[in-house]
Design a protein around this ligand. Sequence first.
Ligand code: PBG
Length: 326
Amino acid sequence: MSFPHHRPRRLRTTPAMRRLTAENRLAPADLILPAFIREGLSEPAPISSMPGVVQHTTDTLKRAAAEAVELGVGGIMLFGVPAVRDASGSASLDPDGVLNKAIRDVRAEVGDDLVVMSDVCLDEFTDHGHCGVLDANGYVDNDATLEIYGQMAVAQADAGAHVLGPSGMMDGQIAVIRQALEEAGHKNTAVLAYAAKYASAFYGPFREAVDSQLKGDRRSYQMDAANRREAIIEVELDLEEGADMVMVKPAMSYLDILADVAAMSPVPVAAYQISGEYAMIEAAAANGWIDRRGAVTESVLGIKRAGADMVLTYWASELAGWLKEG
Ligand code: PBG
């Protein structure tokens, strides 16, 4: 094939022409704001490795959720930081525990105007920082953990979460959670499966954000960065188990995985632009090495272009504000 008269630059001549011919667009509704609430705080606490992100109090979390509604943001993903931890993460099951209470408070604030999502995982709640309970050898016990995930899911659905986000990478977690929800009568609570979640160095700042107690790593349950094909089986298993949506995480170093998953998934695909991705851009911008707004916008657009229907990003509300300005 030859295109003797084609000049790609014709479609780049003016801002209006570029806008008309853009293949992908960002919209506030595609964005999900991850947010942290910490038990016992009287003032929001800054997270030093994530400048601009805080551990919220109940009040500031409700305000952030209301602001997200104003800006047309699609959803909020809640993470709780409890005051007391133990080996089995029992605070995760307490209806008045920090995360369950936050779900109720945020729902009371936003009703159905924002999709309220919550993290189903034990790492914030255990005193050893792993995403599940440990067996006698210190190995994360898959099936003992599943039992707790099922109860945690019901507690979060009781509190009013619209969507649950199981992020612990235990085998069979979606099936167990779906079954527990059905048995408890929560037929309409959706599950966004962290299907292809990799063991990543870029989670570092998040561990500060949730005051993680982890020593060691999560390589016996999260995926190996070397693997591409394996992401497809993870997604297929989660779909078979009843996932309503699937996620790839992290985003920027895994855009090939995201493109693969987007090509085969019959359900909406999310990507999580994680804490370390946020921190890198913020740090470079703070040094004057890159243009902050340009880099933030381009990074999220790249994730959309790779195939994400929705993006979890700590810039969700700020970016939504820019998109509204036009
Ligand atoms: C586990 C969880 C993690 C993140 C989201 N859910 C941490 C981990 O797997 O170590 C990381 C998110 C981020 O880095 O922004 N509950």
